[in-house]
Design a protein around this ligand. Structure first.
Ligand SMILES: [Zn+2]
Length: 348
């Protein structure tokens, strides 16, 4: 990979014993494409292996997007990206697209599309770029885990939980690649019989109470405003006591669902990203209260490590871009296009 200038090794004077003496820096000259279907929009972004975005286009997409509508949106966005990269002589080396609900053997319950048709379509529209599909929460986990600086340092088996437009988790295990993991759709756990309607068609799902869309209704600012303000949206609003109490209650429900998920798949640590990360610590205690009422044996700091990391709201398609970089590097930086084979020895 050094020969192809994908990585560079730099020697640094270390300040303390045990620190690494060589750092590997990813090349800024390799371009990857990240595509996300999230936040009610389809986002395309071109950037480097460090996750710096040079091009972003976001098109509004309905939460009930049909496959045909998706294909139209995707074709238009792909044509715009092609025009932009061609004008600059940029060759995209890898692409990744993250989709909520993706990866289930029985099909995607959120976007119940024909996957065979999808693959044929993607091959036709993006013929020159190796493309990896993944679940949105897996891309988010890869983004938080491997983005430098800022990647979180929790080690050992843990649940990464993202509370954004969707609510989902993934069990992260240090010894396995992140793309091998199965996403947990915690957001569609029904916690209230005949409760609030959810985009999945059921009523009373966790997502209907705790997603950003639910938060937007509680605090009275639009979904679009939240996405524009991103990680600072809470600072911009004055949350009245009634709304704040409702948000605390929603965090309690999130804790309740989280405890139930952990009863099915116990892990010693949970890392939370999304809007709860922006809440005052005193209010976040409601998550622990919910956990205490559902987690077998109850909740205590000794039994379960609960950490809150960067919220990353409205930054799509950054997670998919990082995931594309992750896939590119993990594939050894090989050019996967069949007409341009590169032998392993050349880059070893
Ligand atoms: Zn649902």
């Amino acid at each position: 990979m050094r020969k192809e200038n994908i990585v560079a090794e730099t020697r640094r004077q270390t300040s303390h014993a045990g620190a690494p003496t060589a750092l590997v820096t990813l090349s800024k000259d390799i371009a990857v494409l990240g595509i996300e279907l999230s936040n009610s929009r389809l986002s395309f972004g071109v950037g480097d292996l460090n996750g710096t975005l040079d091009y972003v286009e976001r098109m509004p997409a309905s939460p009930q997007l049909s496959q045909q509508e998706f294909e139209q949106l995707f074709s238009d966005s792909a044509a715009a990206v092609r025009e932009w990269t061609t004008a600059r002589g940029i060759a995209l080396r890898h692409a990744a697209m993250s989709i909520p609900g993706y990866g289930r053997e029985a099909g995607n319950p959120i976007y119940p599309w024909d996957m065979e048709r999808m693959h044929v379509f993607l091959d036709r529209v993006l013929p020159d770029v190796p493309l990896t599909l993944t679940n949105s929460v897996i891309a988010q986990a890869a983004f938080h885990r491997y983005s430098q600086p800022g990647g979180y340092s929790i080690s050992g088996d843990h649940l990464f939980l993202f509370v954004g437009h969707g609510v989902a988790g993934v069990i992260v295990n240090d010894t396995a690649p992140i793309d091998a993991f199965q996403a947990f759709e915690i957001g569609h756990m029904v916690i209230e019989r005949d409760g609030l309607p959810c985009r999945c068609g059921h009523k009373g799902c966790v997502e209907a109470y705790t997603s950003l869309r639910a938060v937007s209704q509680i605090i009275g600012i639009s979904d679009a405003d939240i996405l524009t303000r991103g990680d600072h949206f809470m600072e911009a609003v004055s949350v009245d006591p009634v709304a704040r109490a409702t948000l605390r209650e929603r965090q309690f429900l999130l804790g309740l669902a989280l405890g139930n998920a952990l009863n099915l798949h116990p892990v010693p640590k949970v890392v939370v990203s999304g809007w709860p990360s922006l809440m005052p610590e005193g209010d976040r205690a409601a998550i622990a209260e919910g956990l205490n009422q559902s987690l077998l044996g109850g909740y205590s700091r000794e039994r379960l490590g609960l950490s809150f990391i960067e919220s990353s709201i409205g930054n799509d398609p950054k997670a998919a871009l990082h995931y594309a970089a992750y896939c590119f590097v993990r594939s050894g930086g090989l050019d996967e296009r069949p007409d341009q084979p590169v032998a392993m020895e050349e880059i070893a």
